[in-house]
Design a protein around this ligand. Sequence first.
Ligand code: OXD
Ligand code: MN
Length: 593
Amino acid sequence: MTDNKYVNEWIRESAELTCPNEIVWIDGSAEQTELLRRQAMSTGEIFKLNEELLPNCYLHRTAINDVARVEDRTYICTTKKEDTGNINNWMAPDECYAKLGKLFRGSMKGHTMYVIPYSMGVVGSEFAKIGIELTDSIYVVLNMLIMTRAGKEVIDALGIDDNGFVKGLHARANLELENRYICHFPEDNTIWSVNSGYGGNVLLGKKCFALRIASYLGRKEGWMAEHMLILGIETPDGDIKYIAAAFPSACGKTNLAMLIPPKVFAEKGYKAWCVGDDIAWLRVGKDGRLWAVNPEFGFFGVAPGTNESSNPNALATTRRDTIFTNVVHDFENNTVWWEGLDNNPPEHAMDWTGKKWNRTRYNKKDTSTYGAHPNSRFTVMATNCPCISSEFNNPEGVPISAIVFGGRRAKTAPLVYQSTDWLNGVFVGSIMASETTAAQAGAVGVVRRDPMAMLPFTGYDMGDYFTHWINMGKKIKNPPKIFNVNWFRTDDEGNFIWPGFGENLRVLLWILARCDDKVDAVSTAIGYVPIAEDINIRGLDGITVDTIRELLHVDRDLWLADAADIEKFYAKIGDRVPRELYDELTALKSRLN
Ligand code: OXD
Ligand code: MN
């Protein structure tokens, strides 16, 4: 398919190692894709769902031991250990190639090796980067055809003498947990993934390339790869402003990315547009603003909890052309179901493992009675989404007015606050944290630090990553303003005070008003907090200005305790945490005192 000697040489080497029966190039054509689906159906790798109710939709089940990303088996392999840092797992490149080489050796015997040329970003655009994934899994091929722009036009765009593509090698091998490795060689533009078939470990364009390898490249080349959604807010006059936002998992990122304005705002003409739900690549534009593209082409979203009220846009998106992984199969109707979809679990159904499922045993507190795996997923093209932005395919991306960080904090963080400047904003991102909920194993209320939501996704030392953020600020003439939100403040009975979901628009509108210098704020020890009356609560049941005041309260003692925890966390990251951030911490403490 190509005369590029670097590509052909690398495929030859990889085939020599893995010994596939044949090598098939993925061209992206509808004919080839349909052929692959039929092949995967014939082996039970995917099941076709009800064509009338869920046109062009399929169900896949992973191995039972292979249902999520494996952070403890994910490695960054740089020559010097200190370049990987304390937060990532490290292996020396030679050692890792040798160790995984043994696992890859002969692993594709009797199988086909598929060659998937894909582009992260609009094919041929200045912002885009090309990868090639070699895999023995049709499921991976079908998902990559949704999650990325893939096929012949990509290999044509690479040309015949470009060596600057990311080389991804994936083999399912025996799906052994003890030999599962997801390894990144940022100095070689290479990713090796073996013994997994689960999305986040094997769709190499996503976390592996677009975050870990890309963050490394971004530092080298002067841009940023971030774990951020991109959302456009349109005001009644037709003006659209864009927000990039980072949240740890279980904070409603996909819901925010597909936000539906509350009725009182929709009636006036406010609209929200999704540019991306997971990853943003950010560059300084010629106009001195920060511009963002979503390098992906699809959504790989968590199914449980997605429903007509939590995220009607996501639900509508997945009513066609979707691959569902590890959800409930309603075999009477040949459709799918998951916990939180509705109150009608199917009577005749298989659980995510393919065993007969008894809905009457379902107990919310006992995950062993769940039908769908809590991390079950849908894979679907972003262009299926009713609120997809008209700028989604714009190769230049969109200009970012505000960067929003967030987390799940019961008491500490206010509903929203604004950093005082870029450096202080980097500090706010670096101290991002979420408290564990009853939904997670272990103790409830434990604070987990997750700077910029990048803890498992930064392809180099976290201290260097903070320095890169600080340096980027010096290059942006008109930088976005940086905010922190917390939708999860609770009252003394543990109930959420803020309604969340679409109502979060009310907070985003304050953020955008701040970006336009249209509204004043109160200066506090942690940054600027709204004047309570400036959060529009019209049409919001049960919320008064006093509630907003409570949501905005900054508790000095809680913040002093937090500051002590931040210091410990910085120490764990190591000695490359920039001095400027320690200065920010010291200044915060002195303001609190
Ligand atoms: C994801 C994640 O799957 O962040 O997007 O884990
Ligand atoms: Mn993510």
